[in-house]
Design a protein around this ligand. Structure first.
Ligand code: PMV
Length: 327
């Protein structure tokens, strides 16, 4: 039995818009460098067992047989990892029983595809090349795992290690910082987004602001990396908010436009921006829910703001994680 856990990551500099690709090897490569923090408490657990007989892989997601779309993505992922190792291991993985489960609420603005494809990549590698060699890759060649995970889901490239990750081109790499930041997630809505992030990536290039964004990003990214190194929460926070709002501006000016933020998200953003001497700063992925990054716990502060706005929300407390595990 192979057991893997991996956590999602929250992007500080977003992957939004990908390079054109003509092969599986070049799938899901961002047009810009992105930077993220791997979380700790939110986790995907993947359990993999080799089947003795049968005609097909058995695949379960959150205890139910996988939907046809999820099944197709996971089967493709098994094939691409088999292909990668086929000279050494021509028999591949054989038929597998794969069970994948998240411990966090779905559609909560926590990217489940990142943790799922990071965990699946490690688990499928272990089924093909063995646990020992896979552990060696986790310690000494996370770039290879990152590259394989990326082909399953772009942001998964940044969930194969803990801490902070920088993804540029084919794979992501770990940053040295161990700054113990918290990510407090305010879940305003659990409705699944109407436009998937894959469609969002394609539409991003139609925004009249997209090229200007690409030109501005290298200096924003260097400043953000320097703020992480210096543990400067205020500089980091200002950059996080500019970046998140810009990603949403790109989405909203794409043709057709994509609106991920609801009126409640906007009210919360405005109320937070009006606060003085803040110790916490927001970022937002492709959805209506807000992530607050801070050095100290801020749940009580957020509850006060939410009560003042008469907003109902669930809060998920997370923070810097140490990366995937394989048993
Ligand atoms: O990996 P994807 O295709 O789900 O894209 C993720 C896009 C964002 O979450 C919005 C940003 C990011 O960098 O994670």
């Amino acid at each position: 039995m192979i057991r893997v856990t991996a956590s999602p990551n929250i992007a500080f500099i977003k992957y939004w818009g990908k390079r054109e690709s003509t092969s599986d090897e070049t799938r899901n490569i961002g047009l810009n460098t992105s930077v993220s923090m791997t979380l700790s408490h939110a986790q995907t657990k993947v359990q993999i067992e080799k089947l003795n007989g049968g005609m097909a892989h058995q695949i379960f997601v959150d205890k139910n047989p996988a939907s046809p779309a999820d099944r197709a993505k996971i089967e493709t992922h098994i094939k691409r990892i088999e292909r990668h190792f086929e000279t050494e291991y021509p028999l591949g993985s054989g038929l597998l029983k794969i069970e994948s489960e998240n411990n966090f609420p779905s559609s909560a603005g926590i990217a489940s595809s990142a943790s799922a494809f990071a965990a699946l990549t490690i688990g499928i590698c272990a089924a093909i090349i063995g646990k020992e060699r896979t552990r060696d890759l986790m310690e000494n060649n996370s770039a290879l795992l990152s590259m394989l995970a990326r082909r399953g889901s772009g942001s998964a490239s940044r969930s194969v290690c803990g801490g902070f990750m920088k993804w540029d081109g084919e794979h992501a790499e770990s940053l040295a910082s161990k700054w113990n930041l918290l990510d407090t997630i305010v879940i305003l809505s659990r409705k699944a987004k109407s436009i998937s992030s894959s469609d969002g990536h394609a539409l991003a290039l139609t925004s009249p602001h997209f090229n200007e964004r690409l030109e501005d990003l290298p200096s924003r990214t260097s400043a953000l990396l320097a703020a992480i190194d210096a543990r400067d929460i205020h500089t980091l926070g200002a950059l996080l908010e500019t970046e998140a709002l810009e990603m949403h501006q790109i989405a909203e000016t794409s043709s057709p436009p994509v609106h991920y933020l609801g009126s409640e998200s906007r009210r919360l953003i405005a109320a937070i921006q009006a606060l003085r001497e803040r110790q916490f700063y927001f970022t937002i992925d492709a959805g209506p829910n807000l992530h607050f990054i801070s050095e100290k716990p801020i749940v009580a502060d957020l509850e006060r703001v939410l009560a003042g706005l008469n907003l109902q929300a669930e809060i998920w407390q997370d923070g810097l994680g140490t990366g995937p595990s394989l048993e």
